[in-house]
Design a protein around this ligand. Structure first.
Ligand SMILES: *Cc1c(COP(=O)(O)O)cnc(C)c1O
Length: 542
């Protein structure tokens, strides 16, 4: 038995055992640092194998549990080898909201695993129960929820938040649905540019994706209120029940922000007009939620000296985000723009009492929560055991403060602004296809920028598609050099109407998405050398 003790931390806090742990951490940190290169997107050298179609099959075939265990350092050595070729979220990664977790959150994450509390209840996880309660209150106050009434918990991503919000919407309106299954005539609504989270949740709750109505988006990628009204009234006229509306506040590809105020006004109007029960309103703020940190910013005094164009855009974002408190629920996806490790997302509800709709009866949880000690029992979550991911979130909030996050977010916009300005001067045939945000979407043209025509339905299907093809070739060609620099891309940044058909046509575009705190104006030279290398070649070819 003694030899097994060497596989664990000490029980008495002795120094020798701690030093051993520190030596392992030191080894891991040193090895990763050795493989870092600010000019490369990956750690060390590229591991070509993962490109081959048979790679994972081969891995699976060769994998066995060793008969005799290895020494810890051997195991770590093996893992370090496997870390080679891993992408780093440095300034060479320009594709998605891939976070470089901040140091406080990383260490807090380690602390979380050392404590290894189960966030299911406070007897198992007193630290996370404490900290989770605090961050729910902190963020409620930030966005303007009444912190005495609001509730929430950390969960599995923006997707988990969407799923839970839908589950609550069903059970709150139809308590009997928990026993007898979901009614057949319920309908949900979201913009055509929403994340697929709601699509999946329609499947998983049993409502069915046929009952999800996709609403047209405006040219600024926000939901079209007139179409929402029309579609909701059609459902009502056909005897359906509008149950739930999802407003996306920061679309995944283009950062379009729905006007939650207008959506809420419409829902209130329809509820009165047709004598409907309250329609549940979830704000999908997985991408944009951190911008609520500007809710209390003094835009006229501008204490952080934010440059004018960025400030103007922050004002636009703020105009919509100040109303986010109208939502019944929303999410702070810290592992995106909040820069913490995966998975750290806080689902937040305006009314904690809504959770009762999906709670278990104490009779059904004989193991926990009702033994007379511990008052925090989250029996309403879909998860049973839950990690204490409120701990890294809390660490980030304390370490950054409101101002730290404001500076971080303003910097994302400054970098994008610089990129946009340069893009326009370096290339003649390029269009920027979204509003200033942490994301810039752009698209190249063979002989003349056509974006305004495309956007307003004045191009032919053929024209749009041939520009799509040009940009798809570029995506392929840039992909070859992906270990140096990786721009994002999307084959459906939005859809537009073609002048010669009734069909909506997808728009292909490139994405510049940098949330690395290390990205600076100096990096632009590299970005544009890279773009020129690929674009110039393609645009001369006819
Ligand atoms: C990323 C994203 C999600 C999903 O969030 P996860 O944390 O990946 O589960 C949902 N909605 C939007 C708008 C997103 O950008």
């Amino acid at each position: 038995m003694d030899s097994l003790h060497t596989l664990y931390p000490s029980i008495d806090g002795n120094k020798a055992s701690r030093d051993e742990m520190v030596s392992y951490l030191q080894y891991v940190l040193e090895q990763l640092d050795k493989m870092k290169d600010p000019n490369s997107l990956i750690l060390g050298e590229e591991q070509l194998n993962s490109d081959s179609k048979t790679y994972y099959h081969m891995l699976a075939e060769q994998a066995f549990i060793p008969e005799k265990g290895h020494a810890i350092d051997q195991t770590l050595h093996q893992l370090i080898k496997l870390s080679e070729g891993h992408r780093v979220s440095n300034s060479n990664y320009l594709a998605n909201a891939s976070s470089m977790p901040n140091t406080a959150s990383l260490v807090a994450n380690f602390l979380m695993t050392l404590l290894n509390g189960n966030n299911l209840w406070d007897v198992e996880g007193s630290t996370s129960a404490n900290v989770e309660t605090q961050i729910v209150s902190m963020l409620s106050k930030l966005i303007g929820f009444d912190a005495k009434k609001s509730g929430g918990y950390t969960t599995w991503g923006g997707q988990g938040a969407t799923f839970t919000s839908l589950r609550i919407a069903i059970s709150k309106r139809y308590p009997e649905a928990n026993k007898s299954g979901v009614p057949r005539n319920l309908y949900c609504f979201c913009s055509e540019l929403s994340h697929y989270s709601l699509h999946k949740s329609m499947e998983a709750t049993g409502l069915g994706t046929d009952h999800l109505i996709k609403i047209k988006a405006n040219a600024d990628h926000s939901i079209n209120i007139d179409d929402l009204r029309k579609q909701m009234e059609t459902v009502i006229a056909d005897g359906g029940v509008p149950l739930y509306v999802l407003t996306t506040m920061g679309t995944t590809d283009t950062f379009g922000i729905d006007s939650i105020k207008e959506v809420k006004e419409l829902l209130t109007e329809l509820e009165h007009k047709y004598k409907l029960n309250d329609i549940y309103l979830h704000a999908d703020t997985a991408m944009g939620g951190m911008f609520a940190f500007f809710n209390e910013y003094d835009f006229s005094a501008n204490p952080l000296n934010i440059e004018k164009d960025v400030l103007d855009q922050l004002t636009n974002i703020h105009d919509k985000y100040q109303h986010v408190k109208l939502a019944d629920s929303l999410v702070f996806d810290f592992h995106k723009l909040g820069q913490t490790p995966y998975v750290s997302s806080l689902f937040l509800l305006q009314n904690k009492s809504d959770l009762q709709a999906v709670d278990l009866h104490p009779e059904e949880t004989p193991y926990v929560g009702n033994k007379g000690f511990g008052h925090y029992h989250t029996s309403y979550t879909l998860e049973c055991s839950r990690a204490g991911t409120s701990i890294p979130i809390y660490a980030s909030l304390l370490t950054f403060g409101v101002e730290g996050y404001q500076r971080l977010l303003a910097n994302y916009l400054s970098i994008n602004l610089a990129f946009r300005k340069r893009l326009k001067t370096e290339f003649k045939f390029v269009a920027i296809t979204n509003e200033l945000s942490p994301i810039t979407t752009f698209r190249f043209y063979q002989d003349g920028v056509n974006w305004e025509e495309e956007k307003y339905g004045l191009s032919t299907q053929q024209q749009i598609q041939s520009t799509n093809e040009l940009n798809e070739k570029l995506i392929e060609s840039m992909g070859v050099d992906r270990k140096d620099l990786y721009f994002g891309s999307t084959r459906k940044q939005c859809t537009v109407r073609a002048i010669d058909t009734n069909e909506q046509v997808n728009i292909t575009s490139h994405k510049f998405f940098s949330i690395s705190p290390y990205t600076s104006i100096e990096d632009m030279d590299r970005y544009f050398r890279f773009l020129h290398k690929h674009v110039d070649e393609l645009l001369v070819m006819k």
